[in-house]
Design a protein around this ligand. Structure first.
Ligand SMILES: [Zn+2]
Length: 357
């Protein structure tokens, strides 16, 4: 019996496709990371916070959902089966945001990010023709971030890193926002390495006000994205680092569709004038995934950012994602050029295609 390795068949298919389909928002669960924090007080405190923020009912639903989908998060075979059945050629895989563990002190944070980056490299290595990967950096310790980024990209061959919208400093040093000047060496290194920064919130500081109806996610995620992107824009980070490649998850949350208010504040108020140009102009320097679940909102996002700034994102394999992202997009009235750009052409331009071996 001659067994044709699947990689060969897939490589043929991918090569024959003029426009490969690339999903830039897909997660993996990394047991190697969680084993480092098992039984710690920090993890217990994080779980308490998460339970408070989500409420009992949403926590129970999320627990069942996670249990049902854990195979897709950990098995590359199951991942590839799903990709094949939904017509996705490649995924840019990022760690499940539950691995951030921004509560960790410096030594543990260093250990965690190294473990995450190395684990991600192992995931990618199982199918380097179909998967590329992103790592982690400790946002709560800005001084450690450039080295962690370097480790992810240079040592582990990852395309960049995933960060949350903010981090609470574990040493009582307050909140690290994306406007924090201590992040400048990190932004600079990211520019130099042409690394992708995937902005993916995890946890909203509106806390118990969102503890019903899964508001912690439906409202919390777009809120956190809007806050983080506003810090990035208004502080002039994108003026100082114009070549930064930032991809915002969930279509950038509420910001792209409500940017008029930001432009108005920038024009009339001296305290909102920290960036050189109107805030809306920076949307055309950022990238966004397509995961907004609404045709009109996607159209508004494309209008605000440009069709070459939106990339297919499914949030694989979570229930708040699109189980069949290509099909979902096909149902939205896009021009063929827009559809190609979103499905993969822009990701290819950003160098996110797997480096097929
Ligand atoms: Zn996600």
């Amino acid at each position: 019996v001659v067994v044709i390795p699947r990689a060969v068949k897939v490589a043929e298919r991918t090569l024959s496709t003029q426009h490969p389909i690339v999903d830039v928002h897909a997660h993996a669960f990394l047991p190697e990371v969680e084993s480092l924090v098992e039984g710690t007080a920090g993890l217990a405190a994080l779980r308490d916070l998460e339970f408070r923020r989500n409420g009992a009912e949403s926590s129970a639903v999320s627990g069942r959902m996670f249990g049902q989908r854990i195979g897709l998060l950990t098995s590359v075979t199951k991942r590839l089966d799903r990709m094949d059945s939904t017509g996705v050629d490649a995924q840019v895989v990022s760690p499940s945001p539950s691995h951030y563990h921004y509560w960790a002190d410096e030594p543990l944070a260093e250990q965690l990010t190294r473990a995450a980056n190395e684990a991600m490299a192992r995931v990618v290595a199982q199918r380097p023709d179909r998967l590329s990967g992103l790592g982690l950096v400790p946002l709560q310790h800005p001084a450690l971030m450039p080295a962690a980024l370097e480790h992810a990209v240079t040592d582990c061959g990852l395309r960049g890193v995933e960060i949350s919208s903010h981090a609470i400093g574990p040493d009582g040093s307050g909140t690290v926002e994306l406007s924090d000047r201590r992040l400048d060496p990190f932004w600079q290194r990211a520019e130099e390495l042409r690394a992708v920064i995937f902005l993916h919130p995890f946890g909203c500081t509106l806390d118990e006000r969102l503890d019903r109806f899964y508001l912690a996610n439906t409202v919390g995620q777009p809120t956190e994205n809007a806050v983080a992107l506003s810090h990035l824009i208004f502080s002039g980070v994108l003026d100082r680092f114009p070549d930064l490649i930032v991809v915002a998850a969930h279509g950038g949350g509420y910001l792209p569709t409500h940017i008029g208010r930001s432009d108005h504040a920038w024009r009339v108020r001296s305290d909102a004038g920290g960036c050189e140009h109107p805030p809306s102009s920076y949307l055309r320097r950022l990238y966004f995934d397509s995961l907004v679940h609404d045709e009109a909102v996607l159209a508004a996002l494309i209008n605000a950012a440009g069709p070459d700034r939106v990339l297919l994102g499914s949030d694989f394999p979570f229930d708040m994602g699109a189980d069949d992202p290509v099909q979902q997009l096909a149902g939205f009235g896009l021009t063929e050029q827009q559809r190609h750009a979103i499905l993969g052409d822009t990701a290819v331009r950003l160098g996110l295609l797997p480096s097929a071996k």
